[in-house]
Design a protein around this ligand. Structure first.
Ligand SMILES: Nc1ncnc2c1ncn2[C@@H]1O[C@H](COP(=O)(O)OP(=O)(O)O)[C@@H](O)[C@H]1O
Ligand SMILES: [Mg+2]
Length: 383
């Protein structure tokens, strides 16, 4: 066989983590004729419905990670909170893992990540290693646990000494509280030969009550100069990390027009879900192409888009009950994604909606309509 001929399946892809990012990555892989194996502790996790093989096991279990590697030709991951020691050993034995374990180790620890980025000339908020929290701090200040946080869990804003009662007790770092006008994000893709591509800069909008990013507008409504500045900073960040794969770069646009990198995800990102319908190549297909050594796909935005995360309603758990689906799906240009999670929980990410329209404002207008009618409740009410 020549280097450019493939037996079927094209390759066996192993994904650590079987949540919605694993599911959508698996869907992209299956579309293209790959074999997919996943590792996840939950028998009915989202990706389990798509994968050819599901190894039920813990993401920190060395034997299970090795079992996944045994049935795969290449490994990737959809979550940062996994065992890097085993990944390191596998990598050193010559097993292909993207992004490389050393990149994951830097990113996994928010302090290490900020130190690395700062050292390599990436603009970040002022930060320091947190030792102890004392009343001598200059408030307001942002406290972040170094490892394991997600969706705002692991971040607290301490406005005054009175807030110290809310302080977190795991190893942490401290950051200045950034006065930002927008939170921006961009998906960057980089191959093992260093070829890079980027998607449009988008705006992440946060729900007032939950402080979870619930809406993404693509492209962000900012001028071209800022767009280019944000993109260049993100490209530089992934280059200095020497990252191979798909990365979500979260940034702040400050009131005085600076762009500061907040954090980087070494995997497809919530802010890139819109790429499934709105771009030529989705972030998920891009990842599959990169880890299997195939050429990058084009990233052009076909149409402006807005995305809404469907979060579990407060006060419900049990099996999900989707309310308002008929009304929502009558909106033109809308795509509905549901992740097949067996149980809903308050503010859990259960699915998302993407709307394509002539411009972002129109798409956002219809997204608001969906937000008002489409509710994820559950069989168990806690009211
Ligand atoms: N230094 C900061 N200044 C102001 N707001 C911040 C700062 N850091 C984080 N935030 C807010 O908290 C959110 C979550 O923080 P982030 O570090 O991205 O954690 P997570 O891993 O949970 O996404 C951010 O999207 C932003 O809204
Ligand atoms: Mg974040």
């Amino acid at each position: 066989m020549t280097q450019d001929s493939f037996p079927y399946p094209i390759k066996r892809i192993g994904i650590i983590g079987g949540g919605q990012l694993g599911k959508m990555s698996a869907q992209a892989a299956k579309q293209m004729g790959f074999h997919v194996a996943i590792l996840d502790p939950t028998p009915e996790c989202p990706a389990a419905h798509i994968a050819d093989i599901h190894i039920i096991g813990d993401l920190y279990d060395a034997d299970q990670i090795r079992a996944l590697a045994d049935v795969s030709d290449v490994l990737t991951y959809e979550i940062e909170h996994i065992d890097t020691k085993t990944l390191h050993s596998l990598y050193d034995e010559g097993y292909p893992i993207y992004p490389a374990p050393r990149v994951l180790e830097i990113i996994q620890d928010k302090l290490k990540q900020k130190q690395y980025l700062a050292k390599h000339g990436v603009p970040v908020p002022r930060f320091e290693e947190g030792q102890t929290l004392t009343n001598k701090l200059s408030f307001p200040i942002v406290q972040k646990v170094r490892k394991g946080g997600y969706d705002g869990k692991g971040v607290v804003i301490l406005k005054s000494p009175a807030d110290l009662v809310n302080a977190l007790h795991s190893p942490f770092m401290l950051e200045e509280m950034v006065d930002f006008t927008k939170e921006l994000a961009i998906i960057i893709a980089r191959t093992s030969t260093g070829e890079m591509t980027y998607y449009p800069v988008v705006e992440m909008m946060f729900d007032d009550k939950t402080n979870i990013c619930d809406i993404v507008a693509a492209p962000a409504q900012i001028d071209d100069t800022l767009m280019k500045k944000a993109r260049d900073i993100a490209l530089h960040a992934i280059k200095v990390l020497d990252g191979v794969g798909v990365f979500g770069v979260e940034m702040f646009l400050t009131r005085d027009g600076q762009i500061l990198v907040n954090e980087i995800a070494p995997r497809p990102h919530n802010s890139g879900h819109y790429t499934i319908e709105a771009c030529i190549t989705s972030q998920f297909e891009q990842l599959i192409r990169i880890i299997s050594g195939l050429p990058l796909g084009k990233t052009d935005l076909l149409k402006p888009a807005a995305m809404l995360n469907l979060l579990g309603e407060a006060n419900y758990n049990g099996s999900p009950i989707i309310e308002g689906l008929h009304q929502a799906l009558s909106i033109p240009g809308l795509s509905f994604h549901f992740y097949d999670k067996a149980v809903t929980k308050p503010f859990r990410k259960m699915g998302h909606i993407t709307i394509l329209d002539e411009n972002v404002d129109k798409a956002l207008h219809n997204i608001q309509k969906v937000k008002n009618v489409l509710k994820i409740k559950g069989t168990v009410s806690m009211l």
